[in-house]
Design a protein around this ligand. Structure first.
Ligand code: ADP
Ligand code: VHF
Length: 385
């Protein structure tokens, strides 16, 4: 769709790591199989971002569209789940192939389901893999693992998946490229009087009411899922930018830090959102008891919890679980995500970080709870000395 709107250019929020979501409509833009037509400018944007020291995780749709084209299936065929899964399976490799053909750096396929991301251990492993790929200068390309997703486990669409991935990799921006240049006051395909919205402070019910579904056979959620994604990203402190990935000038402007599209601000900072989550999310039944020195270090707000300050691990918890951190007199000091399971913490208690590998035979890092994964109980926070 080519809309002529009167959107002003506005500065993108500063970012170092972004998730870029590219919808089926851009990759299967000619109504059939995949085409590089619009992917080229987006791949150039990723390359120039990388050259400028920034990292981009790509969340790409297009597998179903590619699979459908391979089967020469009619546009209306394969609406049911099993057929969609088969088409996605056929189309994953061509979709990855398209991105590889446009990228000088190696492209890595990452298929994820909702179930993977609900499970803390798999969530952490997915995070470690994605961050590892970025550190290797590879281009991670995430898509939903349609083959194993079943209705109740499905994220349902890659817009929501992109928001979850943005939180997973601690991105500071979610970029959604679609075939429409902004969020409009109504679906512009249906309502010619609809006008574009340049900015929103948050995703409100009024905003949600403006969003319609997808206008195409290959797209999934339309604007509704894009706003759901913006809401999820916002709750994690990440702003969302929606723009027209078909417009080369718009994509080139992004590389200059300028957005022609809709910017949806995040109502909290990234750190506020993270600390809030750590303080309020349901914790496991596990507790880590620490000595007075560690309690003092944590209360200053900048320290990680190292094995040396640990007295004991109580209850059972797994690597990645949220645990309570208490002192010798049962005072709740903090909450955090443990990098080690309770059985491992018991073996590490009181020992030096450099002994981890010898004691366990492997290491998940020198911290039992990293400071970014730790939130002090509000009444325990003391100003730094
Ligand atoms: N309020 C709205 N503003 C803009 N687009 C809307 C709105 N409501 C529905 N849409 C539709 O959402 C479509 C984009 O979503 P979708 O088809 O799922 O694309 P993608 O494949 O990029 O995810 C647009 O082409 C448009 O028809
Ligand atoms: N996993 C599917 C993605 C479905 C989807 O979310 O599509 P879209 O709304 O175009 O982003 C595929 O690769 O075709």
């Amino acid at each position: 769709m080519s809309m002529q709107s009167t959107l002003p250019e506005q500065p993108l929020p500063p970012w170092r790591r972004a998730v870029l979501k590219v919808g089926s409509n851009l990759l299967a833009a000619d109504g059939g199989g995949l085409t590089p037509r619009f992917a080229e400018a987006l791949a150039s944007f990723m390359a120039s971002s990388h050259a400028g020291g920034r990292q981009v995780v790509l969340v790409s749709s297009g597998a179903v569209a590619a699979g459908r084209a391979l089967l020469h299936a009619r546009a209306s065929a394969g609406r049911d789940l099993a057929a969609r899964q088969a088409m996605a399976s056929l189309g994953q490799a061509p979709m990855i192939g398209l991105w590889q053909s446009l990228s000088a750096r190696p492209v890595a396929q990452v298929l994820l389901t909702h179930d993977d991301l609900r499970n803390r251990r798999r969530y952490l492993n997915a995070r470690a893999t994605l961050l590892g790929l970025l550190a290797l200068d590879a281009v991670p390309v995430v898509n939903e693992n349609d083959t194993v997703a079943v209705d109740e486990l499905k994220l349902g669409d890659n817009d929501n998946l992109a928001a979850i991935v943005a939180a997973l990799v601690d991105a500071d921006l979610l970029l959604i490229a679609s075939d429409v240049d902004a969020l409009y006051t109504a679906d512009p395909r249906r309502d010619p009087a609809a006008t574009p919205i340049a900015q929103a402070d948050a995703v409100t019910p009024a905003l949600m009411a403006m969003a319609g579904g997808s206008g195409s056979i290959v797209g999934t959620g339309g604007m509704r899922t894009k706003l759901e994604a913006a809401e999820k990203a916002g709750a994690a402190g990440i702003p969302t930018a929606l723009f027209d990935g078909r417009n080369t000038a718009t994509v080139q402007a992004l590389a200059q830090g300028q957005l022609r599209g809709t910017l949806i601000h995040a109502p909290h900072t990234r750190m506020q959102a993270r600390k809030y989550w750590l303080l309020h999310a349901p914790a496991s039944s596990g507790r880590i008891r620490i000595d007075a020195g560690a309690a003092r270090a944590l209360s200053h707000g900048h320290a990680s919890l190292l094995p040396g300050g640990i007295l004991a691990a109580e209850g059972e918890f797994q690597r990645g679980d949220l645990v309570e951190i208490i002192d010798a007199s049962e005072r709740r000091i903090a909450r955090g995500l443990s990098q080690y399971a309770a059985v491992e913490v018991r073996r590490l208690a009181g020992r030096h970080s450099r002994e981890i590998e010898t004691l366990l035979g492997y290491s998940h890092g020198t911290e039992v709870v990293h400071r970014d994964d730790l939130a002090n109980m509000p009444d325990r926070l003391e100003p730094a000395a």
